[in-house]
Write a protein that binds this ligand. Structure first.
Ligand SMILES: C[S@@+](CC[C@H](N)C(=O)[O-])C[C@H]1O[C@@H](n2cnc3c(N)ncnc32)[C@H](O)[C@@H]1O
Ligand SMILES: [Zn+2]
Length: 296
């Protein structure tokens, strides 16, 4: 008989988004979903996630299946592996000495970074939240022990106060008030953002949307008084991209809503062709760790 998924252990950390009561598995988990003591039900999917967004849902557009497939292929080729290593190192240091840490990836996408971070912990327990069912389907595949929940980060999180040791937030929306509430006092938030100059060479080839860099929105200020910065690391990653890589990189993010795939394809083939098949592009990231103020 197969053993029960470890994600079951995390259900007591969840709260019903309608009434705030505790949740329990409604049968085989996650396929048969969750229900609260007052009878509110949340559908599970046999692909391994639970959908807690009910009613009118959200006004935000989730990443499409095409965007998720492009992201999966681009990340799977290892282009951003050094960012994954940095996130794993930062989280590993911050959680040293924390037994069975609870990690929440807020905007986990396909689970690529959470999987890298979890490799540091034999006893880590992980929650992945994202608006995109397509993304969570892949996250559930690479993280079979994680609890994957479809949720909108702009709404109150369906998690108990002080339930989480570390929140990972990689190129995804941030809800500082809710992040502070669900973190344990002294818990950490690790944020990856694009840095000024990110993918500048690519901008000369394809008209990309401006990215919000950490400088342009002064991340620390937007997080408010609940957090203090403990560490910030700048990463500069030289990439050599062929035309397929370029198309995936452009189409895996919000640019996909604004550019025709055929136009990107043509521009990418011309740019990579001119460079002997590869375009040199520099990715620039900032990984910043914050500590939730308060005593542990
Ligand atoms: C640029 S992707 C980053 C995904 C992942 N962290 C990574 O780096 O591979 C942004 C992610 O945020 C998710 N997202 C966007 N708005 C959201 C919201 N309001 N609530 C939850 N997730 C959201 C998208 O579905 C997408 O997976
Ligand atoms: Zn309820």
């Amino acid at each position: 008989m197969p053993s029960a998924p470890r994600s079951l252990d995390l259900i007591p950390l969840l709260l019903c988004p309608v009434c705030g009561e505790q949740l329990e598995a409604a049968g085989r988990f996650p396929a048969q979903g969750l229900r609260c003591t007052a009878g509110h039900q949340y559908d599970g999917a046999r692909q391994g996630y639970v959908n807690m967004l009910t009613g009118r849902g959200t006004r935000f557009i989730p990443d499409t299946a095409e965007m998720v497939a492009a992201r999966d292929a681009f990340l799977g080729a290892g282009h951003y592996a050094s960012l994954a290593r940095q996130l794993a190192a930062t989280a590993g240091t911050l959680l040293t000495g924390t037994p069975a840490p609870v990690l929440l990836d807020a905007g986990a996408g396909t689970g690529y970074y959470l999987e890298a971070v979890l490799r540091n912990f034999s006893d880590g327990r992980a929650l992945a939240l994202d608006l995109s069912k397509c993304a969570l389907r892949r996250a559930a595949r690479v993280l079979p022990d994680a609890l994957c929940v479809v949720w909108d980060l702009w709404k109150p999180l369906p998690l108990a106060a002080g339930s989480t040791d570390l929140i990972l937030n990689v190129f995804a929306p941030r809800n500082p008030g809710e992040f502070a509430r669900v973190l344990k006092p002294g818990g950490h938030l690790v944020v990856a953002t694009a840095a000024p100059g990110h993918l500048d060479e690519l901008r000369e080839v394809v008209p990309l949307l401006a990215v919000d860099t950490d400088k342009s929105f002064r991340l620390g200020e937007t997080l408010g008084d609940g957090f203090e910065e403990v560490e910030s690391v700048a990463l500069q990653v030289p990439l050599q991209l062929d035309d397929e890589d370029i198309v995936r990189l452009v189409m895996m993010g919000p640019n996909a809503h604004h550019i025709e795939a055929g136009d990107v394809q043509a521009a990418a083939a011309a740019a990579a062709g001119a460079g002997g098949g590869r375009l040199p592009v520099t990715a620039r990231f900032t990984v910043t760790a914050y500590r939730r103020r308060g005593h542990s």
